[in-house]
Design a protein around this ligand. Structure first.
Ligand SMILES: [Zn+2]
Length: 258
C-alpha cells in the first residue's frame, strides 16, 4: 500500500508541474481534442508539441486515415514511380516492406514547411491545418505529427495489435473465432504481392496497403498456414523467374537466368 500511495502522490506532483508548464506554453488557439487528451493522460505531457504527439500516438487509426487522406491531396508526384534503392540510394527504401515515400526522395522533396511523408503543408506543433490563420506553413517543420505516428504504425503494425484487435471486435479475420492472446497482425494482401502486382497503383492508394484497409489480426494457427501458403507461392514465382523457356530448332529449352 505504501508503495502505491507514494507512486500516486509522486504522479500528482509531477502532473501538477506538467499541467502548469503546458498551460503556460499553450497558445490562445489549440486543438481542443488534443488538450482534452493531454489533461486526461495518466502522465500529462508538459508541452503543446508533446501533447500533439501523444494525441496521435494514442489515436493511431485516426492518424493512419489522416496521413493517407493528406497523401491523396498531394497525389502521385509527376514523374515518380515506386522504385527500390540499394542501400537507400536516391532516398528510396531498400525493401518493398517499407512504404514508398516520394517526398523523402531528394528529387521530389518539397522542402521545409512541407511534410516529407504526405507532402502537405505543416503548421504549428506539426498540425495539418492552419488553425492560427498564419497563411504560411511552419518553415522549420518537416513532418506532421500525425504522419510520423502513421509511418511508425505502417512499418511496425504489430505494435498496435491491441488497437487492431479492438477495431475488429476481437474476432479472428481468418476463422471468425475469438482472437487469442497470441494473435498476430497480418497484411491481408502480402507486401511482396503489392510490389509484384500493384507497383503501378497511384501512390496514395499504395499507402492503403500498409494501413488499416490491408491489416488484419488473425490467430496464430491461421497465420502460420497463411504464411506457409505465401512462402510456397513465392518460391514458385522465384523458380519461374530464374528460368526462361526458349524456343529453338530442337523445340524448347529452359535457360537459367543470371
Ligand atoms: Zn504529413
Amino acid at each position: 500500500m505504501t508503495v502505491s500511495i507514494t507512486t500516486s502522490s509522486w504522479r500528482d506532483l509531477k502532473n501538477a508541474k506538467a499541467r502548469a508548464r503546458l498551460e503556460r506554453a499553450l497558445p490562445a488557439i489549440f486543438p481542443a481534442p488534443v488538450l482534452h487528451h493531454a489533461l486526461t493522460r495518466p502522465l500529462i505531457p508538459p508541452t503543446p508539441r508533446l501533447a500533439v504527439e501523444s494525441y496521435w500516438r494514442n489515436h493511431i487509426l485516426r492518424a493512419d486515415r489522416l496521413a493517407r487522406a493528406l497523401a491523396a491531396r498531394s497525389g502521385t508526384p509527376e514523374g515518380w514511380t515506386w522504385q527500390l534503392g540499394e542501400g537507400g540510394a536516391g532516398g528510396r527504401p531498400a525493401s518493398f516492406r517499407i512504404p514508398p515515400a516520394p517526398f523523402r526522395e531528394p528529387a521530389f522533396a518539397r522542402g521545409r514547411g512541407a511534410c516529407c511523408i504526405c507532402g502537405q503543408p505543416v503548421y504549428r506543433f506539426g498540425w495539418h491545418r492552419d488553425l492560427w490563420g498564419q497563411g504560411v506553413p511552419n518553415g522549420k517543420a518537416a513532418w506532421h505529427a500525425a504522419c510520423v505516428a502513421a509511418w511508425k504504425f505502417w512499418i511496425a503494425p504489430h505494435e498496435q495489435v491491441r488497437v487492431l484487435k479492438r477495431h475488429q471486435g476481437h474476432r479472428c479475420k481468418a476463422s471468425g473465432k475469438r482472437l487469442l492472446r497470441t494473435a498476430e497482425v497480418d497484411h491481408a494482401v502480402p507486401l511482396y504481392r503489392i510490389w509484384r502486382e500493384h507497383r503501378d497503383a497511384p501512390w496514395p492508394e499504395l499507402l492503403g496497403y500498409w494501413g488499416v484497409p490491408n491489416l488484419q489480426v488473425v490467430n496464430r494457427t491461421a497465420h502460420v498456414l497463411k504464411c506457409r501458403d505465401e512462402a510456397a507461392e513465392r518460391s514458385q514465382t522465384l523458380r519461374l523467374s530464374r528460368y526462361r523457356v526458349v524456343e529453338d530448332e530442337s523445340g524448347f529449352s529452359v535457360v537459367e537466368e543470371e
